[in-house]
Write a protein that binds this ligand. Structure first.
Ligand code: HEM
Length: 106
């Protein structure tokens, strides 16, 4: 699956209502700056659902495979997540938005 960060920036318009990636700023959702490699539910200043904290404690770390699963169907992967977003429909959109997020992670 080829990744296209520029296309991913367009996909990210759907996420922007609730998330920022360019900087470490929380909105309705936690900042996604540096999210790649972060353990789920661990931004220090964000109040997560118990489900997201539990996911992190059980070992979920955000990388390509886990983000791919979550972004296709958030509630299926983290039952009880308070992210009210139905998920992205296509593999292409998911891969591209991850490529976009990678630009803001080490
Ligand atoms: C959590 C990505 C759309 C609200 C998260 C997390 C990721 C993510 C990776 C987990 C972060 C962490 O563990 O620190 C995305 C992407 C989106 C998107 C890539 C677009 C494709 C949205 C939208 C909303 C939203 C539109 C608001 C309607 C939230 C909230 C959480 C969250 C409230 C915390 C969930 C919890 O504590 O259970 N998002 N998100 N997200 N997101 Fe999103």
């Amino acid at each position: 699956q080829a990744q296209d960060a520029a296309a991913g920036e367009k996909v990210f318009v759907k996420c922007k209502v609730c998330h920022v990636a360019e900087e470490d700023k929380n909105k309705v959702g936690p900042s996604l700056h540096g999210v790649i490699g972060r353990t789920a539910g661990t931004h220090p200043d964000f109040k997560y659902s118990e489900a997201m904290v539990a996911a992190g404690k059980s070992g979920v770390k955000w990388d390509e495979p886990t983000l791919t699963k979550y972004l296709h169907d958030p509630k299926a992967m983290v039952k009880g997540t308070k992210m009210t977003f139905p998920g992205l429909k296509t593999d292409e959109d998911v891969a591209n938005v991850i490529a976009y997020l990678k630009q803001f992670s080490n």
